[in-house]
Design a protein around this ligand. Structure first.
Ligand code: C2E
Ligand code: MG
Ligand code: MG
Ligand code: MG
Length: 291
């Protein structure tokens, strides 16, 4: 219990199993209302090409401002939402918000892709590709400006089961990315059997590569093997110049991380892009350059 002493609230307890369960239950029962009432928002983190530093995309990352629990990160509620069978509503919401942004940028002459994180559960749903196609059509966005990210552990848990839906998504022309790569102990060679276009090196290796030779070796081999398989290689967790320069010299294609920007609310992202678009005035198609 939070004990009140004077004016200060002291949290001197660990939640019991019952409290954890109760909170999870509350999150799940409140989720739809949260989506509809604007508590759930999409933030966007820029992705830049290396070595040009041109902004080529953003990753959509969901946030929930809960009236009682405060700001919740996805790791705190997405697993509960998935387990409760509500992830379709989340994915649909994030995809719609993202495609609205991409369409607005296109109208200004900017080609910036959006990456949406999927739950592996969506790959069990044979109608999922139809909903993606419908969303692209409704927002009038070409498929190459939508990336769908799946975690390595999710896809590799049962690749045969994921394959039919992955194939149909790929046929639509969207980009398929394997997220958090390197953590799931699967081999890159195995990826060859799946219709994926992009591999994202898990941030733990990128964060460690400046000080840990093992992490550096993992990053280097993912870049090399990824390229030999014809994949675009993205590094997440790029926090400093040294990491970015090292990744660029290895030939890593895309960087994402706090060095470039933290995930930003819609309005802050627009200001961030605006400030960088002015540098490229005069080009027929505007581009956004960073750093
Ligand atoms: P992810 O897809 O691997 O996203 C990258 C995470 O790394 C994000 O955490 C991001 O804020 C964080 N990050 C980015 N740059 C840096 C950096 O330079 N340093 C460090 N230390 N961290 C960085 P976030 O936003 O908390 O999201 C966590 C995970 O939640 C995501 O990992 C993704 O798997 C999941 N997620 C987020 N949004 C959605 C969603 O709409 N649907 C589903 N199904 N999952 C989502
Ligand atoms: Mg991701
Ligand atoms: Mg990741
Ligand atoms: Mg992650």
């Amino acid at each position: 219990r939070a004990a009140r002493s004077g004016g200060d609230t002291v949290r001197a307890y660990l939640p019991t199993m019952g409290q954890v369960f109760l909170r999870r239950f509350q999150l799940v029962t409140q989720f739809r209302h949260a989506l509809e009432s604007g508590q759930v928002k999409v933030h966007y983190q820029p992705k830049v090409a290396l070595p040009s530093r041109q902004v080529i995309g953003v990753e959509a990352l969901v946030r929930w401002r809960h009236p009682e629990f405060g700001r919740l990160d996805p790791d705190e509620f997405v697993p509960a939402v998935e387990a409760a069978g509500l992830v379709d509503a989340l994915t649909g919401f994030v995809m719609d918000q993202s495609l609205i942004r991409v369409r607005k940028w296109l109208d200004r002459g900017l080609r910036i892709a959006a990456a949406v994180n999927l739950s592996v559960r969506s790959l069990d749903d044979p109608h999922f590709p139809d909903r993606v196609a419908e969303a692209l059509a409704r927002h009038d966005v070409p498929p190459e400006l939508l990336t769908l990210e799946l975690t390595e552990s999710g896809v590799m848990a049962d690749p045969q089961r994921a394959l039919p839906v992955l194939r149909r998504l790929h046929t639509l022309g969207v980009t398929l990315a394997v997220d958090d790569f390197g953590t799931g102990y699967s081999s890159l060679a195995y990826l060859r059997q799946l219709p994926v276009d992009e591999v994202k090196i898990d941030k733990s290796f990128v964060l460690g590569m400046g000080t840990d030779l093992g992490d550096l070796a993992v990053v280097r081999s993912i870049v090399e093997l990824g390229h030999s398989l014809g994949l675009t290689v993205v590094a997440e967790g790029v926090e400093d110049d040294a990491a970015r320069d090292q990744l660029a010299s290895m030939g890593c294609d895309v960087a994402q991380g706090y060095l470039i920007s933290r995930p930003l609310s819609e309005s802050r992202l627009e200001a961030w892009l605006q400030a960088r678009t002015t540098q490229a005035r005069g080009l027929r198609d505007e581009t956004v350059l960073t750093l």
